[in-house]
Design a protein around this ligand. Structure first.
Ligand code: UGB
Length: 622
């Protein structure tokens, strides 16, 4: 096609004019006309696609790559002009009502957050493949836990829908509709659409979920940015990173649209951290109270952990260029090894944690400043980097092809460019148990991570276990008699330390805020072997006595008080998968299944007022 021909000519011209002819392997030595013409056309079309999808086109991509690869080969320190220090931030602890560095208690911050949640938009970056996890499907489809079997996407969906109801209750706003954008990639797009379709959009209204797809970029096989060929007529491509999200939202005109509709904040979530939904409201509350243009959700960081660190980067000569920003985990150790005490990415012996806050990479961004920044010179294209893995110290050959990458948490640089020192960038730290336990690693990698007790496993099983522990702590806070699993109580299953129980899921539709948990739970006791699922906004549970498994689900318009219910049954038992067993991938990455031997299930869907007494009999009283 003429489009393909034009793109190919553009590439050849760029290559020749660079004087290096680094891409000759792409367009020379083609067989004669009439032989493999389909392949040639396919390649030219692919070049046109790569050219069209990158701001500035393929030549711009290759020129940037060449410059960055040269800097990388020379060992240039990207932070040469900066000195890193530990920044001051906000911190809010669920269990400590007096933790009010932000001038608010935890619960007050949640309540302020509720005043603004109806005017938000959620963006879920979900273009990444679960390579580290050893899972070939999409991560959003993985079951967050084996009690409810709800997928990550369903948990986020139900959370957003719960926020719509709560915004209505808090502010009286009618018909609150919080849009959800999902950023997919070629790797995840069809399966994400399928997941939504198979589940009736998880209860979202028509048009409420918007999918934007990021394009992959060309892979590069050498320091001269030579395009890596998958075959003679196909260029290898790789993901460009979650940083694409900003330019995509700009390109689709979404941010200007939301801004003009009066939406006030955009909340960015990652794909496999179900815990984080607890921290959104208080973080938004801090953003509103402090007028932050950007606020990152943080946790105490384990030294050496694969989580970025928030640092204050002080520019050595120009204070206007200083900023608070994420330093990615692969860059932190070299940076800290080259400055101060040169000890690198090590723990502070006083706390056992890195002195730098860990980036959970969930961002709350104020809409006005965001729209203004995206409409600026860079159109939301965040700074890129290369991270080639070299074969040896000569830093010339790569172990495998590399590419330009970018990260969404680098947006402060664009804020700074557009707004100078008026850009107000903050972060809010929460307890790890409350906020952070993503599923990113295979069981083997998880075992490596936590051997020696140093690091978090980051497996599907630890993510599930941490969800249960989080809910144990919430029930304990509300006054229930319940074992809270401490580190020394964890038991290894498939090599990963997990909670022996109780296993508890408080669905987003039951309670999110501290105030709700305290109002809806009163007294009661749960034994360690028990499993409990509570779902339904009008449900209250008093003096529960549980030894076994109990599921209570109540529908909209159901006002249900459980009082003094006693449950005794065989309950649920986690069963480890024997080594080498032939099981599906999603089972293998968790390492166990849940044997649901016996449970008491109470499901009420018809609106009305009900009580449930000691023996579980449901009585409708209105
Ligand atoms: N993602 C995309 O949507 N597109 C892409 O091209 C790539 C990813 P990873 P990693 O949580 O502790 C991030 O791979 O390397 C999505 C932060 O950069 O899980 O663990 C993908 O689907 C780091 O600072 O990222 O690092 C997923 O939802 C730290 O906070 C998200 O982007 C770390 O997460 C993250 O992708 C963390």
């Amino acid at each position: 096609s003429s489009r393909g021909k034009a793109a190919l000519s553009k590439l050849i011209l760029h290559d020749k004019s660079s004087g290096q002819n680094g891409q000759q392997h792409v367009y020379e030595n083609w067989p004669d006309a009439g032989v493999d013409d389909e392949g040639k056309i396919q390649l030219a079309e692919q070049i046109a696609d790569l050219d069209g999808s990158y701001p500035g086109g393929l030549p711009a991509y290759l020129s940037k790559a060449k410059a960055l690869l040269q800097e990388s080969a020379d060992g240039t320190n990207p932070f040469e002009e900066f000195e890193a220090s530990v920044p001051e931030g906000e911190s809010l602890m669920f269990e400590d009502p007096d933790s009010n560095e932000s001038g608010m208690s935890f619960s007050e911050a949640e309540q302020v957050g509720l005043t603004g949640i109806g005017d938000t938009v959620f963006v879920l970056v979900a273009g990444g493949l679960g390579e580290r996890l050893g899972y070939s499907g999409i991560k959003l489809s993985l079951e967050t836990n084996l009690l409810t079997n709800k997928s990550y996407l369903e948990v986020y969906a139900k959370y957003i829908q719960a926020m719509q109801r709560m915004a209505h209750l808090k502010t009286g706003q009618n018909h609150v509709r919080i849009p959800l954008v999902i950023m997919t990639s070629d790797d995840t797009d069809p399966l994400t659409r399928q997941l939504l379709e198979d589940n009736d959009n998880f209860g979202f209204e028509e048009g409420q979920v918007i999918i934007v797809k990021q394009d992959k970029v060309a892979a590069l096989s050498n320091g001269n940015a030579g395009l890596s060929m998958k075959s003679q007529f196909e260029i290898e491509t790789k993901p460009h990173g979650h940083g694409d999200v900003h330019h995509l939202l700009y390109r689709e005109g979404l941010v200007d649209k939301w801004h003009s509709e009066g939406k006030k904040h955009v909340i960015f979530l990652q794909d496999t951290n179900a815990l984080v939904i607890n921290s959104v409201l208080p973080t938004l509350g801090v953003s509103i109270a402090k007028g932050f243009h950007m606020n990152s959700i943080c946790i105490p960081r384990l030294a050496g952990e694969a989580a970025g660190a928030i640092a204050r980067l002080e520019h050595k000569t120009d204070p206007e260029k200083s900023l608070v920003i994420n330093v990615e985990y692969n860059q932190l150790d070299p940076l800290l090894s080259s400055q101060g005490d040169c000890k690198g990415d090590v723990a502070d012996p006083a706390t056992g944690y890195s002195p730098y806050p860990g980036n959970a990479n969930n961002l709350v961004i104020e809409m006005g400043a965001y729209a203004n920044t995206l409409n600026g010179e860079d159109k939301g294209v965040v700074i890129e980097f290369v991270n080639p893995k070299y074969k040896d110290d000569t830093r010339t050959e790569f172990k495998k092809p590399t590419r330009l990458e970018c990260m969404m948490q680098d947006i402060p640089k664009l804020f700074q460019k557009e707004m100078g020192s008026d850009a107000s960038i903050g972060f809010t730290t929460f307890d790890r148990w409350f906020t952070f336990s993503p599923a990113k690693n295979s069981l083997d990698a998880g075992v490596d991570h936590c051997s020696g007790g140093g690091n978090a496993p980051g497996t599907m099983s630890s993510a599930e276990s941490d969800k249960y522990i989080q809910n144990q702590r919430k029930l304990k806070f509300a006054g229930m008699e319940i074992d809270v699993t401490e580190d020394e109580d964890l038991v290894p299953v498939a090599g990963i330390p997990i909670t022996p129980g109780p296993r508890v899921i408080l669905c987003p539709g039951f309670a999110i805020t501290q105030r709700e948990v305290v109002e809806k739970i009163e007294g009661g006791r749960i034994t360690q072997r028990s499993a409990l699922v509570l779902e339904g906004e009008g449900l209250k549970v008093k003096n529960l006595d549980l030894d076994g498994a109990l599921i209570i689900r109540t529908g909209h318009g159901c006002d249900v008080t459980v009082d003094g219910l006693v449950v005794r049954n065989e309950g649920y038992v986690a069963e480890e998968i024997p080594e080498g067993a032939d099981v599906p991938e999603e089972v293998a990455i968790r390492g166990y299944t849940m044997n649901k031997r016996e449970a008491t299930e109470i499901i009420i869907t018809e609106p009305g007022k009900y009580t449930i007494g000691k023996d579980g009999v449901v009585t409708k009283i209105a």
